[in-house]
Design a protein around this ligand. Sequence first.
Ligand code: DGY
Length: 326
Amino acid sequence: MQSSHAVARPSLLLTRKLPDAVEARAARDYRAVLNTDDTPLSGAEIAARASGMDGILCCAGDRLDAAAIAALPDSVRILATFSVGTDHIDLAAARARGLIVTNTPDVLTDATADIALLLMLGAARRASEGERMIRAGAWTGWTPTQLMGTHLGGKRLAILGMGRIGRAVAERARAFGMAIHYHNRSRLTQDLEQGGTFHADAEAMLEHADVLSFHCPATRETTHWLNAARIERLPRGAIVVNTARGAVVEDAALIAALRSGRIAAAGLDVFEGEPNLNPAYRDLPNTFLLPHLGSATVETRNAMGFRALDNLDAHFNKRQIPDKVI
Ligand code: DGY
């Protein structure tokens, strides 16, 4: 005979393959429908698979636009996304339907900040060119002028968006001897600012950006924020780093600036339309590119999954939901 606990378990759709420990917990506590072969699902496919489900554990990359939200069965009351970003979900449509949406803040701060530093170093120190040279068997030996890059120490790092991740990047960059400039909706307390220079006007900050790093969400206001006019305000030879969302950069403008040398290099972990990034990025020698690996450590991905499940547990047990976005 099944226990009353087992009978009461809510049903939960996992839209992607999640780490084993996360799937094990989901299967223990829910009637979980897994996506074991990790087939990417369209919004319409997610809605179809959600038939009879009480909740959905979705991921960045699932396009839950207004049409997909409208197609969800009435049984679904909560979307718990395995991400801090929520730009893949039409929040207005979800709100209109009375859906709860949760995300996974905090747990990916350090991993994402680490990747931002990796991108900064990779771009500044021409890591892609060096790696390609070795892999191509084209390295003929050390020379005094080979692949000379840019030193990060003593340079100014401008951070757009000084939330948890922006501050973790600042902390790491200070250890490299960089001076921090930042723009945020509001100025941080001295305690959090740690000597960084606040710019109320994001555009005015650009002239102080030897390296510009994005840590803001993708919104209507930030879409294509880095355009040709703003690139012109950066010092010649600046470096651009993006671990936030591809949409904040206007690709054509950045690519033109990388080609001309106006921008020395870019370190990019996220791309507009990913995985179908603008192919020009691949051909440029001065790009250091990663496939959206910001949070990709075992520890972090487990923590993200557990955090999403904590939110679902709270909802189904009628407790306060820790990371309720709407
Ligand atoms: C997020 O959480 O928003 C990341 O981009 C996916 O790791």
